[in-house]
Design a protein around this ligand. Structure first.
Ligand code: SF4
Length: 407
């Protein structure tokens, strides 16, 4: 009998929560609040505390990828002047804007909401700022943000204080847009909720350290939705409490996400949104569980601190894997390989996201030498499926799992 996906029961609740959020942002009823666009690791807590509706275009980028709309839309942005080699979230999102289409329309909603202000943090890449500046020019609205250093070794006080100051400097221009005075107590409250969301999301991801795992990376790419777009809200906290309880029950009952789990994989790099179903099916058929990833852990911010919110946000958002040095990345992955009992690592080399493709500077070889765990590189992209070969990836994954079986 063919293997089957084990449905996570809480998912229905999550879909309801996400649906409510999108409907509030894009539905016919105006919320009366100003609209801020925010990068996925931007100062969302500050924007929520100041009473903005907060929209995350990278989430839209991922939806364009998952719905396989992206590949046809990217050329529109290319024709407008954005290179095919830059972030395909950016090019697919701008392509969708130019064409006036969105996966939201299939949900009975319109196209993404127009921003009153766009707020970025370049901790992940420069592309997010360029992306936001396009819309700022289109709509003649402010685009403001935080420039974080890249390739950070230790996140020291010099960096933390500088980023905290830059974050505080956003208050004045944001007050000018929303017409409300900043309230530090409101920020403390939102940061407290965000921290709790992070704690629970981390605990959810850590259930996958159990053998057999109750949760895969592919489940994680769906379940992470509230951690990305609803952190700082009670709804996200309530949802992850529920999901964590379900996964803990799975562990108690010995329920495995992958029946007959034989091998455990770490996924390094961006998801391949248009191929998640194909890849998760292939791994399931090979009785191989992808149990951990850098990507899903990118929304764990342990240093958020309601008592010192600006410093906490600065530290948390500068400690991201993506803006760290290779020495740090190597150390982080060594710990993850150990903690999750990993047998091998899959690196996704995403053509249009060098920022999140960590196979390019010898990291896989160094880790293989230190751990004895083999690796394979899958060439592809997060959204542009012209850069991905089904056949080649299938064959490479098959050969890799055979190698693990013979190890
Ligand atoms: S990190 Fe990569 S995928 Fe994300 S916005 Fe930047 S270039 Fe795009």
């Amino acid at each position: 009998m063919a293997a089957e996906f084990k449905k996570i029961q809480s998912t229905g609740k999550m879909k309801g929560l996400m649906g409510k959020y999108f409907t509030e942002l894009m539905g016919e009823e105006p919320t009366g609040r100003k609209m801020a666009w925010c990068t996925s690791v931007g100062p969302a807590e500050l924007l929520r505390a100041m009473g903005f509706d907060v929209y995350f275009p990278e989430n839209h980028g991922a939806m364009l990828g998952a719905s396989r709309m992206a590949t046809d839309l990217i050329p529109l942005a290319n024709a407008h002047g954005f290179s095919p080699d830059i972030c395909s979230y950016l090019t697919s999102d701008i392509g969708a804007y130019l064409k006036g289409v969105s996966p939201f329309q299939k949900l009975g909603l319109g196209v993404p909401p127009k921003a009153d202000v766009l707020v970025y943090n370049t901790n992940q890449c420069r592309d997010v700022k360029d992306w936001f500046q396009f819309y700022a020019r289109e709509w003649d609205v402010p685009c403001i943000g935080i420039e974080t250093p890249r390739s950070i070794g230790a996140v020291d006080e010099t960096i933390v204080q500088a980023i905290a100051k830059k974050t505080e400097a956003l208050i004045e221009p944001l007050e000018a847009v929303c017409g409300q005075k900043f309230d530090i107590d409101k920020l403390r409250e939102v940061v407290g909720l965000s921290k709790e969301c992070t704690r629970l999301w981390k605990a959810v991801l850590q259930t996958a350290a159990t053998v057999p795992t109750p949760l895969t990376f592919f489940d994680g790419t769906v379940q992470m939705g509230p951690a990305v777009v609803l952190r700082g809200t009670q709804g996200a906290v309530d949802y992850y409490e529920m999901l964590l309880a379900e996964l803990q029950q799975r562990i108690t009952d010995g329920v495995a996400a992958i029946e007959g789990e034989k091998h455990r994989i770490y996924w390094e790099g961006m998801p391949i949104w248009g191929k998640l179903r194909d890849l998760s099916t292939q791994f399931m058929e090979l009785q191989t569980a992808v149990v951990a990833s850098t990507y899903c852990n990118s929304w764990v911010y342990e240093d958020l601190d309601p008592a010192d919110p600006f410093v906490g946000m600065a530290r948390a958002y500068s400690e991201l894997f993506i803006c760290r040095s290779d020495d740090y990345k190597e150390k982080y992955m060594l710990e993850m390989i150990e903690k999750f009992s990993i047998d091998g690592v899959v690196y996704h080399d995403a053509k249009t996201c060098p920022n999140n493709s960590n196979n390019r500077y010898d990291l896989p070889k160094r880790l293989e030498t230190k751990t004895g765990k083999p690796f394979v590189v899958i060439n592809g992209d997060l959204n542009d499926m012209r850069l991905y070969s089904d056949e080649q990836s299938r064959t490479n994954i098959e050969a890799f799992v055979e190698q693990l079986a013979g190890a």
